[in-house]
Ligand binder design. Structure first.
Ligand code: ATP
Ligand code: RIB
Length: 308
């Protein structure tokens, strides 16, 4: 299989707790129900989205670690069932990564992650031919920063960094070709408060002084594309009935990386990523609605890009 996209990152078992309103510091809130365990992890969600959108010949591979437990085997099997090459998913002693996701009725969330096996992914695990030869390598920050750095250094294709969570991402920002933060992550990286306007977001991007192109995901507003030598552009999202926004950014990053690996321009790739991610929030769970290209036939595009 040709290795179009290699995702280096986390696999987590997600426990979702529905609440009436998200807790504030010091709060105790009662869950309305506790769901069964579902598959998550930013890396695995991104690989799943890319493989689903790209179909069986997409050439998506996952590099990561699970624990020596049942859920680890299930998570790996679920990716394989989507056509993801999981030969780079190792099994290590101890528990798999876990996340507790607190979800309110508007589909907004808070996420707590226990890294488990993800914390044991080392630079050696990613200094492979698989990573070196990928057309695009996609990383996030749920594995150790030195491992993320090693993967980006090893890559010769397009290097896409989703700096999530943003703490610790500063040291690797300069190694990527495309950086994809959401509004909150951008504010953390820029040491500012969350941008209230698109102009403020562009100013925060510029303040980072990166050589990379930056795509800021803006939830219902879509995504802002800031490239050198071009005016910033907003790729708007279409209105949808939101069920759960968990994993929207992951869907975005997976589809974006696949489209870049296929040779699309950053702006065109963002168009597909915005549409796929907007559809993804209409399903429950981090992979509640994985994108397939035929979805687009019935989903209106708001491809009216707007300068900022
Ligand atoms: P996550 O909840 O996984 O942390 P995120 O904060 O990383 O998501 P967002 O910026 O919220 O990512 O959203 C990513 C993309 O998902 C957006 O660019 C958009 O395409 C889509 N999206 C998210 N929320 C909505 C919404 N309410 N309506 C339409 N599209 C949405
Ligand atoms: O982005 C959503 C993901 O973040 C969840 O699946 C959870 O596992 C955490 O990694």
């Amino acid at each position: 299989m040709s290795r179009q996209v290699v995702v280096v990152g986390s696999l987590n078992a997600d426990h979702v707790v529905d609440v009436q309103s998200l807790p504030l510091p010091g709060d105790t809130v009662l869950g309305r129900r506790r769901s069964e365990t579902i598959f998550g992890g930013k890396g695995a969600n991104q690989a799943a989205a890319a493989a689903s959108f790209g179909g069986p010949t997409a050439g998506v591979s996952m590099v990561g670690h699970v624990g020596d437990d049942e859920i680890g085997r299930e998570m790996t099997g679920a990716l394989a069932a989507l056509g993801v090459d999981v030969t780079g998913v190792g099994v290590v002693e101890g528990p798999s990564g876990r996340a507790t996701i607190v979800l309110d009725p508007d589909g907004q969330n808070l996420i707590l992650v226990e890294a488990g096996a993800n914390a044991l992914l080392t630079p050696r695990d990613v200094e492979t031919q698989q990573v070196a030869e990928a057309v695009a390598v996609l990383v996030q920050m749920e594995t150790p920063p030195e491992t993320v750095a090693a993967a980006l250094r090893r890559a010769s294709g397009v290097r896409v960094l989703n700096p999530a969570p943003a703490a610790g991402a500063m040291s690797v920002l300069g190694l990527a070709d495309v950086v994809v933060p959401n509004r909150t992550e951008l504010a953390i990286l820029a040491d500012a408060s969350a941008a209230r306007t698109h102009e403020e977001a562009v100013a925060q991007v510029r303040s980072l002084g990166l050589a990379a192109a930056v795509v800021v995901t803006l939830g219902a507003d879509g995504a802002l594309v800031v490239e050198h030598g071009a005016d910033p552009v907003l790729v708007p999202a279409s209105p949808v009935d939101v069920v759960d926004t968990t994993g929207a950014g992951d869907c975005f990053c997976g589809v974006l990386s696949l489209e870049l690996a296929r040779g699309r321009s950053l702006r065109n790739a963002c168009g597909a990523a915005v549409r796929a991610a907007s559809l993804s929030v209409t399903g429950a769970g981090a992979r509640g609605r994985l994108p397939v290209p035929s979805d687009f036939a019935s989903f209106p595009s708001r491809d009216r890009e707007a300068p900022c």
